[in-house]
Unconditional design. Sequence first.
Length: 303
Amino acid sequence: MAKTKKTKRNTGKKPTVSVIGLGRLGTALAIALDSARYEIVSLVGRNRRKLRTTVNNLDVKPMLLVAKELDKGSLGDLVIVAVPDDQILEVASNLARLRNTSTILHTSGALSSEVFAALAENGWHTGSIHPLASVSDPKAGVDALRNAYWCVEGDSVATRLARRLVQDLGARAFSIDAKYKPVYHAAAVMSSGNVVAVFDVALAMLNRCGLSRREAQRILLPLLESTALNLARSDPKDAITGTFARGDLETVKLHLASLQKNDLEEALRLYRILGEHALLLAHDRVPQDVAEEIRRRLRDDRR
């Protein structure tokens, strides 16, 4: 593997770090922190083979620990927990048995630092740090982490440390009230995972037209990319284009009939729901009577 480009070293001593959980995000984060000159003292995971794969991508060679060996190594100044949400409490319970205390951050988008309440009572500084980035491959994900906005929350010490970490990666941080973490994360799902899901439905639609899925993906990707560019420049109400933005009633009728005729039920359900919201975005451009008729067609067809 080619060496990852190193980010500039900031002044001041950086905390030593342990990463617990070496999935795609945890691995990408370990590589990114190593490139940002953070000393990673331990990598902790369930699979020793995956631990060895991760350490091969780092300049330094930290201690490799499986979960039951947490008491055998140093965790350093900062512990980052990058395990699935339903495993965070188990990790916290294992850490609570240790005597040492430091700062702990988890990478869940939906959970707040409250999940570490027991550790906070034992003197740990607790927080969460979540990147708004899609990491499907650890190595490619390093750049995604550097270009992302990170949601940071927790106590003052944890938040300060998390913001410095984000800055050292070359990324940007923001904070929200912890009680809104689930809503925040649902918004992230809507703008990433659900977009991929809708794109997959579009592939199925073009597949019905006779194109292979690979060809359909190649054809649709430039359209998706141009839409993202429009959103980078404009508010959604100004970026939206197409049938609903123009108020093309006859085209909507044609779409609905064709989707029904070809038994594309999932596409039809999504078309109805998203079409209504597209009309809301375009309400300044579409005459009210036309919008109401399109809305009626969408709703009548739903029965």
